[in-house]
Design a binder for this molecule. Sequence first.
Ligand code: 5MM
Length: 341
Amino acid sequence: MNLDDLNKVAKAMVAPGKGILAADESTGTIGKRFDAIKTENTEDNRRDYRELMFRTTEAMKNNISGVILYDETIWQKAKDGTPLVDIIKKAGALPGIKVDEGIKPLPNSPGEVITIGLDKLADRLPKYYEQGARFAKWRAVIDVGPGIPSYDCIHANAHALARYAALCQAAQIVPIVEPEVLMDGNHDMDACQKVTTWILKETFQELFYAKVALEGIVLKPNMIVPGKGSKTRATVEEVAQRTVDVLKNCVPGAVPGIAFLSGGQTDEEATANLDAMNKIGGLPWALTFSYGRALQAAPQKAWGGKSENVAAAQRAFMHRAKMNGLAALGQWKADLEKKAA
Ligand code: 5MM
């Protein structure tokens, strides 16, 4: 492992004003997104949709440091035969790859899941590196509900994240470590804070035991927000302060950067919350975005599966990338949203 190089890649992923495009929806998940825009979930449509984002040159150059790809996409070619990874690289961004193989029920733990995909990972990683991937992603899913999460769920998922991260670094790939506490549920902000603290503490302990070099990772956590079904709501300032408090308690300063998931927040909430955290300032790590839905909902709606809407979709994508780029600098303002094309 060359830690200097891993550290350079990790820093590039969280460079000022830039963040990560999470375009790693599995075929089932992109199918749900396509259903919403009445578009058939075919290989060609998945390619055309992703190609339009990767060819949004200004956004890719100015605000997107890297793209998390799904296995299908990393091997896919654009309509004109150019490999999609080459389009991403030409735009100045880094290709990355989701390497987990999804979730399965955790035995003896009703309502809880474990992320799978470790078995052949050591063999798969060098192939992804050769194909251009310089970082990877693994997502652990933690649900909050009556009596859950259990210690078994927290521990098993943190342990898997650490084993994945160690394998990535051995293959010279920067691991994005993503423990996601879901927004689904009726729980309040206190419960989100408690569970997020727990999974982060456990994850960094397991990363230590697995001898993962923190200088060569990027953390992808959720923000501290009330569950979607909770009767309580939180202000942008509360979300920002609570999230920063949790991170300060749990994340060592050696980690170069933290790139949040959006988790079901609206586009503008995800931007405003990130911006407010960066306005607090004085933090040891860069804080940026690694959004899926909060970057893609607008372009998907504008595209609607129609080639005549590609330019409109690219404008929508460019706008969200720019807004989140400003939020990563703490320079976003709500009225910039209204000036959108
Ligand atoms: C892009 O969505 C990813 C999920 O894919 P699958 O569920 O299909 O495997 C997801 O892991 C994503 O990378 C992050 O959770 C961030 O996405 P959001 O939409 O929460 O910002």
